[in-house]
Design a protein around this ligand. Structure first.
Ligand SMILES: [Fe+2]
Ligand SMILES: [Fe+2]
Length: 214
């Protein structure tokens, strides 16, 4: 029986390029049902619709960044178990990406035009974090997921009251992100030293301000 050959650098480059394209331009398939499936659509007025679309575009960008961060981190992870964990978490983030894309379409809106840029920047940041070793790699997951969890909490407060479908999606995402952080903590994450968490918070604030519109 033939044995599977190891991926050479060109294979790996092509796999990464495919993953990037799927995240940015593909129509990702969720493996779990959309959490909003049983929630009735309520007609939003125009300012509400635009606000909800801005927030869901931010969340969609966040998930594009999550795909890129995890892929960048996995590409340089030393321990195969850490790499497998990162890729498994990325698979769950694909559900989030698909649900946010669905909701943007329902709100008659579109993803961020800057997604290729967000992806490239996040991949580089993920790889840099990963190169510091697996403790740092997991610490980076914990910090990212905790920040995303907090910001999803904010969005749940600031979404238009009638937008129950976006809310249903964000609630499940928030629980998933908390679990991702707990899992990385248990797997041996090292706390990131300052100013790394502060820089990450500033970068995500900038991303949110731009992605709300663009
Ligand atoms: Fe996510
Ligand atoms: Fe996550």
């Amino acid at each position: 029986m033939p044995t599977a050959r190891a991926f050479d650098p060109l294979d790996r480059l092509l796999i990464e390029a495919q993953r990037a394209l799927d995240s940015i331009a593909g129509r990702p398939e969720a493996s779990r049902p959309n959490p909003a499936a049983d929630t009735a659509e309520v007609v939003l007025d125009e300012p509400e619709r635009r606000h909800a679309a801005g927030l869901m575009r931010i969340n969609h960008v966040g998930e594009v960044c999550a795909q890129a961060l995890y892929s960048g981190q996995a590409a340089v992870a030393r321990d195969p178990a850490t790499r497998a964990d990162l890729l498994a978490a990325a698979a769950e983030e694909t559900d989030h990406l698909a649900w946010c894309a669905d909701r943007l379409r329902e709100l008659n809106s579109r993803p961020s035009l800057l997604n290729p840029l967000w992806y490239a920047g996040s991949f580089a940041i993920g790889a840099l974090a990963g190169l510091r070793g697996d403790g740092w790699n997991l610490g980076f997951v914990v910090e990212t997921e905790r920040q995303v969890e907090a910001h999803l909490g904010e969005h749940l407060e600031t979404l238009p009251g009638a937008d129950l479908r976006s809310r249903a999606i964000l609630r499940v995402m928030k629980d998933d992100e908390a679990r991702h952080a707990d899992h990385a903590e248990q797997a041996g994450a090292k706390p990131l030293p300052q100013p790394v968490p502060s820089i990450m918070a500033v970068a995500s604030k900038l991303m949110k301000a731009v992605a709300y519109r663009l």
